[in-house]
Design a protein around this ligand. Sequence first.
Ligand code: NAD
Ligand code: AHE
Ligand code: ZN
Length: 370
Amino acid sequence: MRTRAAVALEAGKPLEVMEVNLEGPRAGEVLVEIKATGLCHTDEFTRSGDDPEGIFPAILGHEGAGVVIEVGEGVTSLEVGDHVIPLYTPECRECEYCLNPKTNLCQAIRTTQGAGLLPDGSTRFSMLDGTPIHHYMGCSTFANHTVVPEIALAKVRKDAPFDKICYIGCGVTTGIGAVINTAKVEIGSTAIVFGLGGIGLNVIQGLRLAGADQIVGVDLNDDKEEMGRHFGMTDFVNPTKVDGDIVAHLVELTGGGADYTFDATGNVNVMRQALESAHKGWGESIIIGVAGAGQEISTRPFQLVTGRSWRGTAFGGARGRTDVPQIVDWYMDGKIEIDPMITHTMGLEDINKGFDLMHEGKSIRAVVEF
Ligand code: NAD
Ligand code: AHE
Ligand code: ZN
């Protein structure tokens, strides 16, 4: 079949919206009509050329929701008409990783996924001249139709709106999951969140759910304060307006450092500030942000010797086929909010404007509706 997609032809270039060929699903695969997709900073990270795993041409996008159109041979858990959210962290329920309760990082298809291929080593997308187009994070949601392995699809209830629940495919789950699954924040904790974008605001809403007492938000952009407070932030700090050292300021504000700190910027210098503003003796710092090729984190080992822990999280530690349907229920039951964070919606033809809004700091999430 043919479908419409925004294709990343080369690193650093705007996406190009065009008709592409899409082959039907093979064994273990599912054809999904994407109804809506969010634009995450990780898509921009790859588009820009910063991602060491970036491959071009590719169809980016990993925060989608849609409907099953066709299932390949052997698919048993999904049928035509099911509503689904594609998962960049699949859940095969069989691999060594899925069987270990300490991780959500299913490795069943990680190698081919990282190479922009489906598990049999080929692509389903191609240009009209036959040139193969790579998949991205196993999802490629910047296309009206995509083919995804069965183990990388969460089946969700049919009454949930696609233009909101697409965000559960990454930002919502990553932010809330970092608090609940990774940090396991206790009631009454203190926390600092660096970066109040599409991920950081969900960390804040996760901290409120977990019952944190003090939730400090840090961002260079003062416009993020209002939304942060809406989701439960108790204190806002703009580092450019702090006299002296930002870490010393945050340590003082939290009475000796925070129990938990989170980086949601992807900036390695900020990651260091996050670690060093965690409390001596027990503070845990969770890296969520993704840093470009060649970037490294550093600190004095003394920071760890004196009891701080440095950790990381992917997809908020969530096991997607199990946890994503439950997060959709939380949204539908009013336990979590999504709507105010979706600040812009647009058609596929305007997808590059969505990335402009991200760069200008004007959007939290832009969502493309098909
Ligand atoms: P975003 O662009 O919406 O938000 C980033 C925020 O950080 C913005 O508000 C920006 O003003 C702020 N910021 C930038 N530099 C800063 C600095 N020096 N100090 C304080 N604030 C600063 O991006 P997003 O979609 O929220 O993604 C955030 C990061 O998380 C990205 O690196 C993204 O790739 C990563 N991410 C990781 C996972 C994961 O599973 N680990 C999942 C999704 C996104
Ligand atoms: N390709 C990058 C790594 C990017 C990365 O860390 N991705 C996160 C999800 S970000 C979602 O917005 C992730 O899931 N990581 C685990 C994994 O297996 O990729 C690089 O640096 O090579
Ligand atoms: Zn993402």
